[in-house]
Design a binder for this molecule. Structure first.
Ligand code: SF4
Length: 700
């Protein structure tokens, strides 16, 4: 009876970028249960298993409840109070900066904390502490989409709204297992009343491919060649929108010339898709009235992901499928607040999608934040991989890791762990005390979790949604926001952040920073407005707030104007390049990686705390192998085998299944050892790691 709720409030889920609304039921202001919101425009009463179980990870026994210090390497972490933790934090980092220069300290953050905390972290480190280099785990999921949109459209601007899933008559999903990776988005497709053609382009026969009307199992990383070939067929058949191309784009002629050599014969040989199938796909796209192109990690995590994403953008532009209901070149983000990171992490972009190298942008930010413009770096950060390389080169000596678990998730995991051991000082700020990354920490700062603090997330369709404090963080754990306030005080730069008194005030600063940008949400006055409207999609300048509460599905580019100075989109393209590690006699299999289940989230750091979620996903690491390969190698279903790459070998359970094609293996990313096998190669524009292709072998 004690747990009978006496009130309910609405928050957005803290796992994936779908951003579902959850009704949290409260007793005396504390969460006791939750149900999916029926009113929130994203999910309409639906949630995946992770959403239903979102409160459970807060109760885990290994929550970090007090700051902890490891006084010598190899020793145990010892509990200390916040005063000693902050003194150690500042002394050690300042000592490194004095000995090796301010750039010798870096940070790695996340797409999991609220936007206000990201902005505070970015401002504190770069403007207050003199740190130049910082990046986020968002580099692992959406950096490619950012680079692709910025180059093609002039700003990082995913154009769609979820209603487009329901309005489209032809839905092209590329490298996206939507059924399990974004199950509520898949449900939006299920609601589509137009009997849509659902096309999946993916090397695996995923759950989504099985549900599709057409599946094109292209050879791993033949995607760029495949889309150039598809564009070539569309052009040669005259199935393009000439007037849209002429009015709203640049560089089409050069693109047409470039792709003319990607003949159906050549593309068929590379991709394994027949010329007839390629023609059928082109015809399907041509016949669609509202064609939407969607991609996620299969594209983003490729060695030439940016150009591949742009190949899809090019298809949307050349067929005029953008800016109308049911259309678009649409990147689906991964983490709950990757979109917040895109605008406010202060790493690749200066706060609010500005440019570090632009003096007017620096002055604008300085004026709004009431700081000296000279505090703002004139260049963007190194990317994640460059920070790791910097550690090996002795340029980075201390690292502050916030809400991410790179010792599990980063590509070529053992190298990441070696880097952590090379540091003079590693600070990890996390809600848990026993992650793979905490195992290397010299100092652990205990952080509050989602639902233990206030702020906003921005979801894949650019919707700013509420996060609220509906539970009390355990022990001495503090919200990341309050940890940053403490750091500012002990570092001696708190005067610079005197206006960052609480998340809502920080939100107002962010709204001012966004003013005049494509992402302008300066029309949002406070959190209450976000709540009243069921989340608000950017842009939302002051002159667009009228009737906002009834306008829940808004897309970009309906006027055909993009964000380049001439308001036109660009056709961008390159010569395809070979993968970094092709298969050979010694390592004849391609290892594919990806999400294994709708019940687990990334490194399982939170989701494995839930007994319900554990039951929905195999506990033991496994590899999918095609029955023909299994038979040839005499591998029995569910037997133990070893998967070996040039970097490591891992014992796994064999899952014999036709969902992977001969010569390919698939392993879910959730298991701790998986990234011992993967190889660090990176897209040249986005520096996103290529998780989707490395060469391996299997043995009994
Ligand atoms: Fe949460 Fe994503 Fe599941 Fe929605 S689909 S409940 S946002 S994890």
């Amino acid at each position: 009876a004690n747990l009978v709720p006496d009130s309910t409030t609405n928050v957005v889920c803290g796992f994936c970028s779908t951003g579902c609304g959850l009704n949290v039921h409260l007793k005396d202001g504390q969460a006791v249960s939750l149900t999916p919101s029926t009113q929130y425009p994203v999910n309409m009463g639906m949630a995946c298993p992770k959403g239903w179980e979102a409160l459970t990870p807060l109760e885990a026994s290994d929550r970090a409840t007090t700051p902890m210090i490891r006084r010598k390497r190899g020793g145990d972490l010892e509990a200390v109070d916040w005063d000693e933790a902050m003194i150690q934090f500042c002394e050690k980092l300042k000592m490194v900066q004095e000995a090796h220069g301010p750039e010798s300290v870096a940070f790695l953050s996340t797409g999991q904390i609220v936007t206000e905390e990201m902005a505070f972290l970015g401002a504190l480190t770069k403007f207050g502490m003199g740190i130049l280099h910082g990046d986020g785990n968002t580099r692992q999921c959406m950096a490619t989409a950012v680079a692709a949109y910025k180059q093609s459209f002039g700003f990082d601007a995913p154009p769609y709204t979820y209603q487009d899933f329901e309005e489209s008559d032809t839905i092209v999903l590329v490298g996206s297992n939507l059924c399990i990776a974004h199950p509520i988005m898949w449900q939006r497709i299920e609601r589509n009343q137009h009997n849509p053609e659902i096309i999946v382009i993916d090397p695996r026969k995923t759950e989504t491919a099985v549900a599709a009307t057409q599946h094109y199992p292209i050879a791993p990383k033949s995607d760029l060649v495949f889309f150039y070939g598809l564009a070539n067929v569309l052009i040669s058949k005259g199935w393009v929108d000439d007037s849209y191309i002429a009015e709203h784009t640049n560089d089409f002629d050069a693109f047409r010339e470039h792709i003319s050599k990607f003949t159906p014969e050549m593309v068929s040989k590379e991709s394994g898709i027949s010329e007839e199938q390629l023609l059928h796909l082109a015809k399907t796209i041509h016949q669609g009235k509202r064609v939407s192109f969607w991609w996620t990690m299969g594209v983003n995590q490729g060695h030439e992901g940016t150009r591949t994403a742009q190949a899809l953008i090019n298809l949307a532009l050349m067929t005029g499928n953008i800016g109308r209901p049911g259309t678009g070149a649409n990147s689906i983000t991964g983490q709950c607040n990757a979109m917040g990171s895109r605008l406010f992490s202060n790493t690749t972009n200066l706060l609010g999608g500005h440019d570090f190298a632009n003096p007017q942008h620096r002055q604008k930010v300085a004026d709004i934040l009431e700081i000296d413009e000279s505090c703002i770096p004139t260049q963007a950060s190194w990317a994640y991989d460059q920070i790791i390389d910097g550690i090996f080169e002795g340029k980075i000596k201390a690292l502050w890791v916030i809400a991410t678990n790179g010792a599990h998730s980063w590509i070529h995991q053992d190298r990441f762990k070696q880097a952590m051991e090379k540091l003079d000082f590693l600070v990890v700020q996390d809600m848990y005390s026993m992650t793979e990354t905490v195992a290397h920490a010299d100092l652990l700062l205990p952080a509050a979790a989602w639902a233990e603090k206030d702020g906003v997330f921005i979801n894949s369709e650019r919707r700013i949604g509420p996060v609220k404090k509906v539970a009390i963080a355990p022990g001495q754990a503090l919200s990341d926001f309050n940890i940053f306030r403490l750091v500012a005080r002990y570092w001696g730069c708190d005067d610079m952040f005197r206006r960052w008194t609480n998340p809502e005030n920080a939100f107002k600063l962010m709204a001012s920073l966004s003013e005049g940008q494509p992402c302008d949400f300066s029309g949002i006055n406070d959190y209450r407005m976000i709540d009243d409207c069921g989340g608000i999609q950017w842009p939302c300048p002051p002159d667009e707030v009228e009737g906002l509460e009834n306008d829940n599905e808004r897309r970009l580019f309906s006027d055909g104007k993009f964000f380049h100075p001439d308001q036109k989109a660009k056709f961008l393209f390159s010569e395809p390049t070979p993968v970094a590690e092709p298969t050979d006699d010694e390592f004849p299999f391609v290892l594919l990686t990806g999400r294994g289940s709708s019940a687990q989230w990334h490194t399982e750091t939170r989701t494995k705390k839930s007994e319900v979620l554990r039951k929905l996903h195999p506990a033991e690491i496994y590899v999918e192998i095609n029955p023909k390969d299994a038979q040839r190698l005499k591998i029995e279903p569910n037997s133990k085998i070893v998967v070996k790459s040039r970097r490591a070998e891992v014992e796994v359970t064999a899952s014999v299944t036709p969902s992977v094609y001969p010569g390919q293996l698939f392993m879910p990313m959730h298991y701790a050892k998986m990234n011992k096998l993967t190889m660090g190669s990176f897209d040249p524009y986005s520096r996103q790691p290529s998780y989707k292709f490395c060469a391996v072998n299997v043995c009994l």
